[in-house]
Design a protein around this ligand. Structure first.
Ligand code: CO
Ligand code: CO
Ligand code: CO
Length: 316
């Protein structure tokens, strides 16, 4: 794709980032993004909630506040009961209300497969924009949600997931990233992204690719959803997770010889995952404590930015 440059374009397509950012005035920028996908849970109301939490996440990942949204709907009107769509939209609307986001329109088309999501507009001060690639040596990495939703969704589809894994995973995917985003706005965070389809390590690779820093991740500090390890061992791995690993494996040093199961989990394609935040040392612990106090109990420091090996991730 051709690169578009414009003095007002703060974040465009020159690097992979979570959303586009366009400066309107010296003190105001627009943040725009869209996301939609096929149902990942059976209950349509729950699917609506997850789809909205997921779509808003890219705005939070820029350090911004979402304000307006539009529905994107693809629906097989001749083969699926319209009540499924109505329930999905009700779940989505309730989640937008919780986020103080206004639904102002949308568009629907007939399609063979049901899909739902949002286009989202947010605002931010141009000086506060958090791209995913400005981390510096010594920064700590905070992850705000446990990983494993792709593997657990695969287990649910295979009817092999237990109730606790299912419920914990759904609860996590429904949870807005608003809480951690509001807390991080009180600190000098250096970089942020959200963990979604490329998995924890895929998005971590985006943070350091073509930069002059490297990264270490402490595998035992990474929060993982209950059941994930068991289902990974049973081979319940989504196709996207394998693709993530193949695409980025050349950037990973698995010196500790961690098992393939663990590597699958670290690359597991997430839906509505948490924020991955790079923040200088003393503030990292303060932000983490503030998150725990606010009930974001799974948040953890999972690694740090290093000088060497540049452009690579060492897993310990
Ligand atoms: Co994102
Ligand atoms: Co996205
Ligand atoms: Co960001």
């Amino acid at each position: 794709m051709p690169t578009i440059s414009d003095p007002k374009l703060i974040v465009g397509m020159e690097r992979p980032d979570d959303a586009g950012v366009y400066k309107l005035r010296d003190d105001l920028a627009l943040v725009v993004t869209l996301d939609f996908f096929t149902p990942i849970v059976d209950d349509p109301y729950t699917f609506g909630q997850i789809a909205v939490a997921n779509a808003l996440s890219d705005v939070y990942a820029m350090g911004a506040r979402p304000i307006l949204a539009m529905n994107i709907i693809c629906f097989p009107i001749n083969t699926m009961d319209i009540s499924i769509l109505q329930e999905t939209l009700r779940g989505g609307s309730d989640k937008m209300h919780q986020a103080d986001v206004l639904l102002v329109g949308g568009h629907s088309v007939e399609d063979n497969e049901f899909k739902y999501g949002l286009s989202v507009t947010g605002t931010i001060h141009p000086n506060r924009v958090l791209t995913n690639s400005k981390a510096k040596v010594g920064d700590k990495l905070i992850l705000t949600k446990p990983i494993g939703t792709g593997i657990i969704s695969t287990a649910i589809k295979a009817k092999m997931a237990d109730d606790i894994s299912t419920q914990t995973s759904i609860e996590s995917m429904k949870t807005l990233n608003r809480g951690p985003a509001e807390l991080m706005s009180k600190f000098n965070v250096r970089a942020c992204t959200d963990v979604s389809g490329f998995g924890l390590l895929g998005h971590a690779c985006e943070m350091i690719e073509d930069t002059d820093v490297g990264m270490t991740i402490y595998e035992s500090n990474v929060p993982i959803l209950p059941g994930t390890k068991e289902y990974a061992k049973q081979g319940l791995i989504p196709g996207g997770t394998y693709r993530n690993q193949q695409f980025r494996v050349h950037m990973i040093d698995n010196n500790g010889g961690l098992s393939e199961d663990i590597m699958h989990i670290l690359f597991d394609a997430q839906t509505s995952g948490g924020l991955l935040i790079a923040i200088p040392e003393p503030d990292a612990n303060k932000l983490l404590s503030a998150m725990h106090e606010k009930g974001i109990s799974d948040a953890a420091i999972i690694g740090e930015i290093t000088d060497e090996p540049k452009g690579r991730i060492v897993i310990k």
